[in-house]
Design a binder for this molecule. Structure first.
Ligand code: ZN
Length: 271
């Protein structure tokens, strides 16, 4: 599943190239998770002003409104000239004066949603409850600790919930908790200020590293199709159940939290 770093690298791969483009044509494929929310024709003639990111949403600012693009479980975005013919998993295509933007999404949990402005209900329904952005100055150790003190659920669940901090998905939650030495089942409100500070730093570290790595290894990302663009992560614990911990060599353990697999080292990560 695309997480925040993949979405940010996707953004970086086409934001500059599409800025200023005029939309010539919009074509929809099979239904995505949510409907577009306007007639595709209504977008024609509009100018693309910029592409921003909020959590795992790409925000494509238009001269009149914006598009919120979510990659769902399996989506990827391509932008360029001379893309191959539309395939059966291409469910949104927007031809512009500077290239064609296309969403490929085999499982169709992704979406492209139009909103008249960021405060409109169509946008707020998706963005309204998102927490602070982890890679901005607004995400600081003290306020993160305050947010954790308000929550009695397991820290892994709090991270995935996206209200204390946005965009820390399953892979990076497991990895950040390992780096911080915190057991994923620890109740958020039991985490001390120093440990919250460690976790705060670990979250920024794993996300920033992934963005950097993606940016340097995915030069051809604009032409990526399907899953080819996802990161080959050098994970410390994620998806390594039974393998030796890279720090202490104890076998990495796994458990289910909210139907998602969590990976951790019982030796390195304390409750
Ligand atoms: Zn270990």
């Amino acid at each position: 599943m695309p997480e925040l770093p993949e979405v940010e690298v996707t953004r970086l791969s086409f934001a500059d190239r599409i800025a200023g483009a005029v939309i010539d044509r919009v074509q929809m494929g099979k239904p995505l998770r949510w409907p577009l929310g306007c007639a595709p024709k209504a977008l024609v003639g509009q100018q693309v002003l910029a592409v921003r990111r909020r959590g795992k949403y790409l925000l494509v600012d238009l001269s009149d409104g914006l598009l919120l693009v979510h990659l769902g479980m399996s989506g990827s975005v391509a932008f360029g000239d001379g893309l191959p013919a539309l395939g059966k998993h291409d469910h949104f295509e927007m031809a512009t004066s500077q290239g064609t933007l296309r969403l490929n999404d085999p499982r169709r949990f992704g979406a492209v949603v139009y909103a008249s402005h960021e405060g409109a209900p169509a946008a707020q329904k998706l963005l309204g409850r998102l927490g602070v952005e982890p890679l901005t100055d607004a995400f600081n150790a003290a306020s993160f600790h305050q947010a954790l003190k308000l929550r009695q659920t397991a820290i892994k669940q709090v991270l995935l919930g996206g209200e204390a901090v946005v965009g820390v998905g399953n892979i990076y939650a497991s990895e950040a908790l390992f780096l911080a030495g915190i057991r994923p089942t620890t109740r958020a409100n039991r985490i001390s200020r120093p440990r919250a500070a460690l976790l705060h730093g670990a979250i920024r570290q794993v996300l920033a590293q992934a963005v950097t790595k993606g940016g340097s290894t995915l030069r051809d990302f604009s032409n990526a199709q399907g899953e080819s663009g996802y990161f080959q992560l050098e994970a410390m614990v994620y998806d390594r159940a039974g393998l030796p911990c890279r720090v202490c060599a104890a076998p990495v353990k796994t458990l289910k939290q909210g139907q998602r697999s969590t990976f951790y080292c019982a030796n390195c990560q304390k409750p």
